[in-house]
Design a binder for this molecule. Structure first.
Ligand SMILES: Cc1cc2nc3c(=O)[nH]c(=O)nc-3n(C[C@H](O)[C@H](O)[C@H](O)COP(=O)(O)OP(=O)(O)OC[C@H]3O[C@@H](n4cnc5c(N)ncnc54)[C@H](O)[C@@H]3O)c2cc1C
Length: 409
């Protein structure tokens, strides 16, 4: 397989979008540098439990793609590396990246578990076999640096002396696939985040209830380790709100229905209520998903945006004050858990957006390109709020556009 253009494409972000774009480019013969600031590839999807609309395991298809990517000769993967700056130098882009190497090097770890076996502080944990390549990590906050693990490791993968390094490379083409970040909801005090352990964001709930997580799929309260009688899912918490995110986060209605449905599947005694502004379950499969959820009152949906969420005294649960805009009744209901959905925004920084993307050229909404010699594209959630299916389609589109731009140079 020959590279058509010797200069590799830089892809920022190793979530589903970055992985998709990297594979498409490499299969068409283009070299790629995929840079991911986290320890592992997969982005947020690697932290999800099930995936709507199929309810399949989130990690299985991702694992297959990560394996293909890791083994592809045209793809260079930089994990634990963050792209800090992109500057134009002559007619090229100069990328400044900072690598913070983990104590256990994932490329030489053979996942034998000997390090964890000798650790007296239980400071070495596995990210699970579903991470490719499977590896261990040191929880530096509790490690006492006895270094017994260093002596025990048969491949020399453990080194406490590794230092941060700066990598500088030049590129002609860049694809942003830097996904989303959770936006701090505490400036909106009416949602009560931080005021009760059982008021959490959807991402926290996903982690807390995941089959591969701490509770192995059990739905329990954080405050008392007991089963909640009921859970409220609050839509548009921070989204479609001029004070935080002025747009719809696009994925939250679907993932609230998913989380509510899975909570009930795992424990049918739990009652789930979704408080919504509009339910955006667009398209055939997505609408069917919604209909399936509400049939037989498995999940109750109420049109109304709660105005106040607050903990009740004596750990008596959490109050949700709302107006049901269908019945026009104002009510206060009591819940054991509250999940806030909506506070997710693009991680493409405003300064990068202004520096690298010309709004006048972003005709197709999510894939943009500048008019100079350097082609710049964006895809996945960093370009436009998008779920997995949409992010992967955008990634392919960005890859094709990058290939065309390279041919035309
Ligand atoms: C609670 C919740 C549940 C969801 N459930 C579903 C579902 O069931 N089905 C579905 O289809 N979608 C679901 N989604 C949406 C799904 O998570 C996104 O569509 C998907 O993560 C988008 O992928 P991405 O690659 O664009 O971004 P991300 O997954 O955010 O990946 C971006 C990656 O870029 C990296 N990065 C960022 N900046 C830099 C930098 N400067 N340098 C290097 N790396 C960087 C990040 O570390 C990250 O790994 C859910 C979302 C949420 C919040």
């Amino acid at each position: 397989m020959n590279s058509i253009n010797a200069s590799p494409v830089l892809i920022i972000g190793g979530g589903v979008a970055g992985i998709g774009a990297a594979l498409d480019l490499a299969y068409c013969g283009h070299a790629v540098h995929l840079v991911e600031k986290g320890r592992i590839l997969g982005g947020h999807v690697a932290k999800l439990d099930k995936l709507y609309p199929t309810d399949h395991c989130a990690f299985c298809p991702l694992w297959t793609d990560i394996k293909k990517l890791r083994e592809h000769p045209l793809i260079t993967v930089h994990t634990s590396t963050e792209v800090k700056e992109l500057k134009r130098v002559d007619s090229r882009l100069h990328a400044v990246m900072v690598k913070k190497p983990p104590v256990i090097d994932g490329s030489t770890c053979v996942f034998c578990g000997k390090c964890a076996g000798v650790c007296t502080e239980a400071a070495i944990e596995t990210l699970g076999e579903h991470v490719y390549p499977p590896t261990y990590l040191v929880r530096e906050e509790i490690c006492n640096r006895c270094e017994k693990c260093v002596k025990e490791c048969p491949t020399g993968a453990i080194d406490f002396q590794r230092r941060e390094e700066t990598i500088q490379l030049m590129f002609d083409d860049v694809i942003w696939a830097s996904g989303f970040t959770e936006v701090d909801l505490t400036p909106l005090p009416e949602f009560g985040l931080g005021k009760h352990p059982d008021i959490m964001t959807a991402m926290e709930f996903e982690k807390w209830t995941a089959e591969a997580g701490v509770n192995k799929g059990a739905i329990i309260k954080k405050s008392k380790s007991s089963v909640p009688r009921n859970i409220a899912f609050i839509q548009c918490a921070g989204a479609r709100d001029q004070r935080l995110l002025s747009y719809c986060s696009a994925v939250c209605c679907m993932h609230a229905l998913k989380q509510a449905q899975w909570a009930i599947r795992r424990n049918p005694v739990i009652q789930c209520v979704v408080f919504y502004t509009d339910l955006r379950t667009v398209g055939r499969d997505y609408y069917q998903y919604f209909l399936r959820d509400i049939s037989g009152s498995r999940v109750r949906v109420i049109r109304g945006r709660p105005s106040l969420i607050y903990p009740l005294p004596a750990r008596e649960g959490i109050a949700v004050k709302f107006e049901n805009t269908i019945t026009q009744k104002r009510e206060i209901w009591k819940f054991d858990m509250v999940v806030l959905n909506g506070n997710i925004g693009s991680s493409l920084k405003k300064k990068d957006q202004e520096k690298h993307f010309s709004p006048a050229l972003s005709g197709d909404g999510f894939v943009n390109s500048a008019s100079d010699d350097i082609s710049r594209f964006s895809c996945g959630f960093s370009a436009e709020p998008a779920d997995v299916a949409e992010s992967v389609i955008q990634a392919s589109s960005a890859a094709v556009k990058a290939i065309l731009a390279r041919r035309n140079k």
